[in-house]
Every structure is written in C-alpha cells, then in structure tokens.
Design a protein around this ligand. Structure first.
Ligand SMILES: Cc1ncc(COP(=O)(O)O)c(C=O)c1O
Length: 354
C-alpha cells in the first residue's frame, strides 16, 4: 500500500500538457525567442561553463548584478527556479498549520491557493470588485482580522491584467505588519514597481521572473528581493545549489543586456492596446483594462468560442467555472501577424462564420 502524505491526493495537478498549437497565446510567454545579440552572447558564455562544478560563482554573479540594479546588497536577493519556486517556498515558510493564514486576491494566480494548501496553511481569498480592481481597505481588514502570516498581491494581476497603483500598494504595506509579498511577474509591462518601498517597509517582499518580458521561460529563473533577515530565513527552505548553472549563466547575460528588451516590451504593450481596441468592437465582448502582455475578455459564448479556436490550432486560456472568471478567456499577445490571425478567428466566430 502506498502511504502518501496527507492531502497530496486532493491537490490538483497543474495541467501543462500542450497540443502542437499553430498559434500559442495561452501562457503569457513571450512569443519571440531571445534577441539575436543576446542569444549570441549566451551561446558564447555557455561554451565556457564548468559542467563538473556546483554552481557557486554563477549564483553570486547574478544575485549581485540584480542587487546592484536596485541599490541593494546581495544579501537582499534570493534566486529561484522561476518565481514559482520563490512563491512556493514563501508559502512553505509562512505556513505549517491551519492557524497560518495566507491572504491573496481572487481571481488571481491560481497557484496561490494550491501553494497555501501544500504548505498546510489556510488560504484566505479576498474577492476583487466586479471590475477586478482590488479594494485595498478590504484587503487590509482581511489581513488584520485573520491575523495572517503572509499577505500576497499580484501586480499587475494575472489573469485579470489589472494594475494596482503604487499608492495602494504602499497603503497596504503601511497598514499590515505580517510578511507582504508583491508578485511582480508582469511588472515590466506596467512599471509601477514596489521595489522602491523595500527600504521603508522591512516586511515587504518582491518576486520577479525572467519568464515573461525577458523571454526566458525555458530556463526557470526568478528572484526575490527582501530584507536580509527574510532572505536568510527563507533561504533555509531551499536545497543546496538549487539553481543550475546553465540557467544562471543565461539569465546573467540576459540581465546584463536587458536594455535590448525595451523595444520589444514597448511593442507588446502597443499590440495589447491595438488588440484591446479591436476586441472592444466585437459584439458582446467585455475587454478588461490590462497593464500586462495579455488581455482578459468576457463573452457569453466563451466555452464554444474556445472550442472553435482549439479546432483551428489556436491556444488561448479558458477558465471554465473558476470563481469570478465565468465566461472569461485570457489571450497573451503574440507577434502582430499571430494576433491578426486569432482576432480574425474570433471575429468569424462572432459572425457565425467559423
Ligand atoms: C502572477 C504569476 N506569478 C508567478 C508566475 C510564475 O512564473 P515563473 O515560475 O515562470 O517565474 C506566473 C506564471 O505564469 C504568474 O502569472
């Protein structure tokens, strides 16, 4: 008899299986590979990797480089296998019993609820308003009343795209005293980072990723910025040498050359604006304001529309009956020509011509 740990069988499996999509706009990835200049430098760097050694220097080099950019020290940076690992470990560190409450908005990144139960903590969702904005006062009240160990916001929020203005983030930081994680996976498309508040609020933690704006989802690299005490405690939850040298060396070059990404980020934002305008003109579509590289839309026949797109090899994200996301679809921005194709497929569907 297999004696698995309690609760494991109830944990949903995150389905990452993919079809061979003709157009893949379902995971908020960047639809372009590395900029050619960056790729060339990465390839040169990888040819000099010491495959026989555990990754020490490479970890430090990247952590130092990130720290410098934020006028912080290396002791304020923790790297992870994607920001997923950072978030999962934070939930673990602030979880541990049913009395450990972790507060997060709903709808938001679906993994928060899963990580909370995996950490044996109790997840406490705070429902967003009908327009998906966060009521910061309600959030603060919930954090205080639940005596939470950890409060989490996602800014801008996945899957709604909504940005939370810096003043609202600061209002939350000012009014709660538990650990406060701001998940900034899409911040490069928004700009209003809370990183500048780190020195003022010692309970503030920021998680970032290389997977989205930096087109490095394959390498699984993310990082956390926080006070030295938090980094040192949370660091205990990781296994030794948890990052591999190939990802570290690649991310190091990408970060050195991050200015190369500015035109692409601007292009993705421009595409998002262009597509939002076009979608708004379609009959029956609600398009939510987005500060990210994706758009969330509501449409009464979302399920059938998604099925039609799947038949045509176009992969977007459908949320089924997830709370607060009924009839919603999320579409990441692809290349301009890809965007024109999925838009045309949607238009044909709405006109009964699919
Ligand atoms: C809000 C948010 N946080 C974190 C992640 C995890 O990203 P990664 O583990 O690739 O860094 C994602 C990925 O989709 C996300 O949407």
């Amino acid at each position: 008899m297999m004696k698995y740990r309690k609760g494991l069988a109830d944990r949903p499996a995150y389905d990452v299986t993919e079809r061979p999509w003709k157009i893949k706009v379902n995971a908020n990835e960047c639809n372009m590979n590395l900029p050619p200049l960056v790729e060339e430098r990465v390839m040169g760097r990888l040819s000099r990797v010491a495959f026989n050694r555990y990754p020490n220097e490479e970890y430090d080099a990247l952590a130092e480089q990130i720290a410098r950019n934020f006028s912080l020290g290396k002791e304020n940076v923790l790297l992870g296998s994607g920001s997923s690992e950072i978030i999962e470990k934070l939930f673990y560190c602030f979880g541990g019993s049913k009395d450990s409450k972790i507060v997060y908005p709903r709808p938001s990144f679906s993994m928060y609820g899963i990580y909370a139960s995996a950490a044996e903590a109790e997840g406490v969702p705070v429902d967003l308003e009908d327009d998906y904005t966060l009521d910061a006062e309600l959030f603060v009240k919930t954090v205080r009343e639940s005596k939470a160990n950890l409060a989490v916001i996602c800014n801008p929020n996945n899957p709604t795209g909504t940005g939370i203005p810096r003043q609202a983030v600061e209002y939350i930081a000012e009014n709660i005293d538990c650990a406060f994680l701001v998940d900034e996976a899409y911040i490069e498309f928004y700009g209003q980072s809370a990183a500048g508040l780190l020195k003022k609020y010692p309970h503030l933690i920021i998680a970032r990723t290389f997977s989205k704006a930096y087109a490095l989802a394959s390498c699984r690299v993310g990082y956390m910025l926080a006070g030295e005490g938090i980094v040192s405690m949370v660091g205990r939850a990781y296994m030794p040498y948890h990052m591999n040298v190939l990802s570290l060396a690649t991310a190091d070059i990408v970060y050195q050359m991050r200015h190369e990404y500015i035109p692409r980020i601007q292009m993705m934002v421009a595409e998002r604006k262009r597509m939002a305008e076009k979608l708004k003109k379609l009959d029956g579509f609600t398009v939510y304001p987005s500060e990210t590289n994706f758009l969330l839309v509501k449409y009464a026949r979302a399920k059938e529309l998604n099925e039609s797109l799947v038949r045509q090899g176009i992969g977007i994200r459908s949320f089924g009956d997830a709370p607060g996301l009924e009839n919603c679809l999320r579409i990441s921005m692809g290349l301009r020509e890809e965007n024109d194709i999925w838009l045309n497929a949607i238009r044909m569907f709405t006109e009964g011509r699919d």
